[in-house]
Design a protein around this ligand. Sequence first.
Ligand code: GTR
Length: 353
Amino acid sequence: MNIRPELLRFADGKPVCTAEDWTKRRQELLDLLRREEYGFAPEKCKVTAEVTEVNPKCAGGSARLESVTLTFHAPKGDHAVPVHLFIPTDGKKHPLILLINFRPDPYDMYCPTEEIIDNGFCFAEICYKDITSDDADFSNGLAGCFDRPTDGTGWGKISLWAYAMQGVLDYLLTRPEIDAENVAVAGHSRLGKTAMWCAAQDERIRFALINGSGCGGTALEQTKHADAETYEHIHKYFHYWFCENHHKYETETVSAVLDQHMALACIAPRFACVGCAKDDWWADPWSEKLCCTAAAPAWEVQGCKGFDGDETQAEIGTFLHGGHISYHLRSGIHFFSRRDWLPYMEHIKNNLK
Ligand code: GTR
């Protein structure tokens, strides 16, 4: 399949041939994605943290749960975000998974908390609405603490949620219990898009767990089937997730400028885990697989295996994990299931640094 725009070609038409070239191409792509899709995030600001409560024995006694208040000290004020942090009690360092979730409860239907801990992870969670509301109001929460550029390139909400995840990582990476070399971010659906965009920009993150992210996430726009969500649909209700410049892509099925493989590719040479459900036709599992094949050259040009899959539709039960991008397709609907977490944890454990 001839996917446009070409990943391994600079904007000036020159080919991207080496790992060094890719480093420059990645910056070019990030700049493009910031300008044309997600918007530029605010300048980094200082974060401080306070542990407000400790439950020394949870998950059957194998972890400690800390309630942490993380404060962003932004130019127009301070904003606090609650973080739940589970730390295994064995005294060892552990890889981290940071989940951005829909609800504030540390035990939620989108995460098998105890099983994550039993698999040897530190596990941190934040709720996206504690950062800023999921609507077009840019004056509340962390959003209200910054001026937002009005030239079309100002951050959409996805960009701000991803920015907050990075602030949370600034703190978590100071914790001695966390193995800073093996950090994963995770999210589902709009928050899968967020986890992807966060990992695309932040090289401290080794693994991106991108679940059911669909349109504006890991689904290629140009291969969407008839029932799938497109940029046009998403802008109808969720235009504020993106920057204003992104509107111009609404009517273009094949853009010569932009598609989602470019965002996924910015994670290279790190690890991306793409998870889909067979009946999630709105997110479009096949376009998500095609996004993996289209992004793979970003890994190959750096001398590593990108994706161990082809352009055919996957069968239920598929788990392709022979490359740096993994892809799985489970049965069922749009959900962040235990059956998504298991292949994600396996891909991480197979590729720990
Ligand atoms: C849908 C939206 C999708 C997806 C989903 C979600 O309505 O169209 O792009 O993000 O919401 O976040 O649950």
